[in-house]
Design a protein around this ligand. Structure first.
Ligand code: AHR
Length: 523
């Protein structure tokens, strides 16, 4: 079966003509599978893919902050002011653009003043959301902002609405960003930081429909308006205020928030976890049924983003307000013999496909989606990095983020895709998923995911409005769909050079291996 898909918001007007346009394309490259046709509109770029779509999230949860980032200054693990060097270096390798902290559910129970001042004097608390373990408060505001400076990324702080106060959040902003004289700035200086930091992204609560207070959207909208009023711009620091958004398919939440509070927000968030397999929730022990179920659910983020954007368009047709998908990813069962409250899971080739297709979808919605934060950076859920004390490995998801770096701040090129379906039982999903962009040097980058674990796909790719003379690329794949990296074998899944793309008369032909992520550079 052949399905036609446009993969850019620009393409609405092209849609009707798209079938005809694809059929009329001249000179289909030899050997191309007739079902797979891709048009890249190289001359129709309009929107920029905000690099923050490649953002991350780090919560005080399990071993994400403690051990994942923070080992303390006295640790044997090499560190800079307590922050581990290997992790920072690895994350610099994917040009991490923005990091959200301190939660998650933890954010609505976090009182920032517990985490400032001499570490030896900070009072431990109980992390009630995540395993009831002791939270030492050794990693607080100063340590987080130092981490962001070491990573070279923007901080995104999520404030406490659920159990906090307007005054507490207002003072946090002032403590961090004010250069003037006030009790908060005096406190900051006393704690060793003379100059303020620049923090732009500020979240007003997390999941306030659930762990952040079980609020109704009408109530939260009023709370948001109240909090947003007192979050001030100090000393030239302009806050970008992000309201708590919907849980997945809760469209009423978005509608009420946009109706009642759009005027006071710069961004509205959205959370979507695509779960795990159907039969097995194991991250590494699963069959094709689970592979299919997981990718089918991951693809639903396209319809989800489209529907939330449609609501936002009604209230904000000029798209001033960004949709911020500040938690997304796969959620498997925890690894055997680990604390269920720590959400530590392995990460396989299937997770790489989840990342690849989701990032393609965000790219294709970049007119409204201007930040996203995969959950979570180290040792929690769909992580980039796993650590075991001093050891560290990179996951297949990390490699996708590294390969997709080429899309950061590039111009989205609209695409039209007609492709074969990948069928399993009675269900079917498109086998291919793509996005394309042009970077500042004029090169075109095309990322393709083949979700079918059994069949390679040959794609005839027409480059409209440009000519290709050279193509190179990399691929991430493996014979086993459950392939993953371990501390014993850390290089099982890693990118390799790709020679399956050839220049054709009006574009190129690409042989996309089964179960793979391919990124091409076209010059
Ligand atoms: O990422 C783990 C948790 O998932 C977060 O704390 C919460 O916001 C979400 O439900």
């Amino acid at each position: 079966m052949k399905a036609l898909r446009t993969t850019s918001c620009l393409c609405v007007c092209i849609l009707a003509a798209a079938g005809a346009a694809l059929r009329a394309s001249a000179s289909e490259p030899a050997g191309a599978d007739k079902a797979n046709r891709l048009v890249i509109h190289a001359d129709r770029g309009r929107d920029t893919i905000n690099r923050n779509i490649y953002g991350h999230f780090a919560e005080h949860l399990g071993r994400c902050i403690y051990e994942g980032f923070w080992v303390g200054e006295d640790s044997n693990i090499p560190n800079v002011r307590g922050i581990r060097k290997d992790v920072v270096e690895a994350l610099r390798g994917i040009a991490i653009p923005v990091l959200r902290w301190p939660g998650g559910c933890f954010a609505d129970e976090y009182h920032w003043m517990d985490g400032i001042g001499p570490r030896s004097a900070r009072i431990p608390i109980v992390n009630t959301h995540w395993g009831m373990v002791t939270e030492t408060n050794h990693f607080g505001t100063h340590e987080f902002l130092d981490l962001c400076e070491q990573l070279g990324c923007e901080p995104y702080i999520c404030g406490n609405v659920g159990s906090g106060t307007v005054q507490e959040m207002q003072q946090w902003v002032e403590y961090i960003t004010n250069d003037g004289q006030s009790p908060m700035t005096a406190l900051r200086r006393q704690n060793g930081r003379e100059k303020p930091w620049r923090v732009r992204y500020w979240g007003v609560g997390n999941e306030n429909w659930g762990c952040g207070g079980n609020m109704r959207p009408e109530y939260y909208a009023d709370q948001y308006r109240r909090y947003a009023t007192y979050l001030r711009n100090f000393s030239g620091n302009r806050l970008f205020k992000i309201a708590c958004g919907a849980n997945g398919f809760d469209f009423r939440w978005t509608d009420v928030l946009m109706r009642e509070a759009a005027r006071l927000m710069d961004g509205l968030s959205l959370h979507y976890y695509c779960g795990s397999g159907r039969r097995s929730r194991s991250a590494t022990k699963f069959g094709e049924e689970d592979w299919f179920a997981q990718l089918q659910r991951a693809l639903r983020i396209d319809e989800l983003v489209t529907s939330h954007c449609r609501i936002m368009d009604r209230y904000d047709p000029k798209k001033r307000i960004a949709l911020i998908v500040d938690e997304w990813g796969a959620w498997h069962a925890v690894e055997p013999d680990t604390n269920p409250g720590f959400l530590y899971q392995q990460n396989s080739l299937r997770d790489a496909l989840v990342a690849g297709l989701t990032l393609n979808i965000f790219n294709n919605h970049c007119d409204r989606v201007r930040m996203a934060n995969i959950a979570q950076t180290v040792n929690v859920l769909q992580a980039m990095i796993l650590t075991d004390k001093e050891k560290m490995i990179l996951t297949p998801t990390y490699h996708v983020f590294e390969m997709y770096k080429v899309h950061h701040d590039a111009m989205l090129l609209p695409t039209e895709l007609a492709c074969a379906d990948y069928a399993f039982g009675r269900d079917r999903i498109p086998s291919l998923n793509v996005s394309a962009s042009r970077d500042k040097a004029g090169r075109i980058h095309l990322s393709l995911c083949n979700l079918d674990p059994n069949r390679p796909q040959t794609v005839a790719c027409e480059l409209r409005g440009d000519k290709a003379s050279k193509v190179s690329g990399r691929v991430l794949t493996h014979e086993a769909m459950t392939a993953h990296n371990t501390f014993e074998n850390p290089q099982v899944v890693k990118p390799a050079a790709f020679d399956g793309a050839k220049i054709a008369e009006n574009g190129l032909t690409v042989d996309v291996p089964a179960k793979s992520v391919v990124v091409l550079t076209i010059e």
